[in-house]
Design a protein around this ligand. Structure first.
Ligand code: ADP
Ligand code: MG
Length: 516
């Protein structure tokens, strides 16, 4: 639907109440896969050093189990089960004393076995809730239906078309490295009451899940790499007069694999506006999956949504039920990291940020980045300044997430360069630009772009003297005690030095020379 045909967001909210539901897939970072001893491409050692999955040779991280070859049998990854229990506990869920795997049967070329091992009626974790913090500092509680274990499918690359989608492609390539990567799927209950803040709740929910799994250390949680994937369900129901029963839920659409927090927010807003426009004209919503298009900011129809019956779920005969002992569950519960809200309070205190400063960082989804930059040696104030300032500006310009552009260690190195006066703020911005452009570490960028501030006193003094000689009237004013007049001289010197001088030091020299 073209943007012009969408209903105005506020108008849509007047007529309808949005109902949301999220399915978030988390790739666990265990060393090996869910049911085989193949290395896990979503593990830190792989995704951290090799960067993108794309740098791993396709079809090199597979065993007969991942391909479903005859005679191969799955074996459950104990670490993945522990991680799943920890995640369930962190989501406030009950942990099942016995839970089972189930086969979800369907054909697709990325699924060599023709069935996915998942969990169906007996998930490992159920009935929980997650508190998410909104931009104004208030909390919204998202009810959790279940969190279940399953395996990922392989990856298809459609070649030869304009869009990278299967339609219009000449052929497709399949890479089974991802087949069998351990996943936890977290499913919310229908979320009501978010109202006009529905898009914000969507983004904050995904951010909170990301924070939780990162704090647990069980996933790399990089959305751009597919470690965390969100399907957003949206429906609308008409408002009923005060005092009457609310209308039943409307038909939902499921927007698949929205791969950034910002996109989740936009996709929910778009679906609310699109569905409202259709419903207001007396139309009906088709229950279907939809694709999110980052470039146009629209969703388009995917496939009609299957009922669970179509998958012919049945208990996986090759695996025993999972029966964690009460002791194990208690041990894992005691080892849980602090909850995100408590963590936020602690960080704000230790960084000494005002509410506003802290919210700035939190709302930009940059808590982890600032935390890691501080851990790498930067002052909290400097870490905040660079992440929420220059780096966010560059990220916006590129339509990317700030965290994907530069590492906390690199930012800390830039801060260090500023503090040791190797570069000034202005040059530091160029250093950051260079690092993001892939020109190397901060030190390498300073070297290759020649960005060092001039620390040669003789050169600075000469430049100051030249500027003072050029502007005798200013020199006169400074001598009369009008110190602020020095700004003109400092500006001239900075210009003469191509910005590569320490303005503070230049100021000192100007005052010295003017008196001398
Ligand atoms: P499916 O397998 O069809 O994707 P799931 O039960 O896994 O179904 O997930 C559906 C998601 O949609 C859940 O988060 C659920 O709470 C949510 N949901 C269900 N009904 C509605 C509705 N009418 N509007 C919005 N969300 C809904
Ligand atoms: Mg589902």
């Amino acid at each position: 639907m073209a943007r012009a045909d969408l209903m105005d967001f506020d108008k849509a909210l007047e007529l309808f109440e949005p109902v949301l539901g999220f399915e978030v897939h988390v790739e666990l970072n265990t060393a090996t896969k869910m049911f085989s001893d193949a290395p896990n491409p979503a593990a830190a050692a792989v995704s951290g050093t090799a960067g993108d999955d794309a740098t791993v040779e396709p079809n090199t991280m597979i065993t007969p189990v991942d391909l479903g070859l005859p005679g191969s049998l799955p074996v459950v990854n104990d670490t993945a089960v522990r991680y799943s229990i920890s995640l369930g506990l962190a989501l406030g869920c009950s942990i099942a004393s016995s839970s089972r795997f189930a086969r979800k049967n369907y054909f697709y070329p990325d699924l060599a076995k023709d069935y996915q091992i998942s969990q169906y009626d007996e998930p490992i974790a159920f009935e929980g809730s997650v508190d998410v913090e909104l931009e104004d500092g208030t909390t919204f509680t998202v009810p959790i239906e279940r969190a279940h274990m399953e395996e990922d499918a392989g990856k298809l690359t459609h070649v030869g078309g304009a869009t990278g989608r299967i339609h219009g492609a000449e052929y497709s390539l399949v890479d089974y490295n991802r087949a069998g990567v351990p996943l936890v799927e977290i499913v919310t209950k229908p979320i009501v009451g978010a109202e006009g803040r529905a898009p914000e709740v969507a983004k904050a929910y995904v951010a909170t899940i990301r924070d939780i799994v990162r704090a647990l250390g069980i996933s790399e949680a990089r959305m751009e790499r597919g470690n965390l994937r969100c399907d957003a369900n949206v429906s609308l129901r008409p408002r009923t007069p005060e005092g009457q029963e609310p209308a039943p839920f409307g038909t939902r659409t499921e927007t698949k694999n929205v791969n950034s927090m910002r996109s989740v927010e936009r996709a929910v807003r778009y679906e609310i506006q699109r569905q409202a426009a259709i419903l207001a004209k007396g139309g009906t919503i088709t229950q279907e999956t939809r694709h999110w298009h980052e470039d146009s900011g629209e969703t388009s129809p995917g496939r009609p949504k299957s009922d669970a019956d179509d998958y012919r779920y049945f208990p996986e005969p090759d695996l025993l039920p999972i029966e964690p002992s009460a002791e194990l569950i208690e041990t894992l519960r005691k080892a849980l990291p602090e909850a995100p809200a408590a963590r936020r309070r602690r960080l704000q205190e230790s960084w000494g940020f005002t509410d506003l400063e802290f919210r700035d960082v939190n709302n930009a989804g940059l808590l982890v980045e600032v935390e890691e930059t501080v851990a790498a040696g930067a002052s909290p104030a400097a870490a905040r300044k660079w992440w929420t300032g220059e780096i966010s500006r560059l990220a916006n310009a590129q339509g990317a997430e700030a965290s994907t552009l530069i590492s906390p260690a690199a930012v800390a190195a830039v801060v260090e360069l500023v503090e040791t006066k190797v570069v000034n703020d202005k040059l530091a911005r160029q250093v950051i630009e260079g690092v993001i452009a892939g020109e190397g570490s901060p030190a390498e960028v300073v070297e290759s772009r020649g960005l060092k501030v001039v620390s040669d006193e003789g050169a600075l003094v000469a430049a100051v003297d030249a500027a003072l000689a050029d502007q005798p009237d200013v020199l006169e004013k400074i001598r009369e005690g009008k110190v602020q007049a020095a700004g003109a001289i400092i500006g001239a010197v900075m210009k003469a030095m191509g910005g590569q001088a320490d303005a503070g030091r230049v100021r000192e020299i100007v005052l010295e020379r003017a008196q001398g």
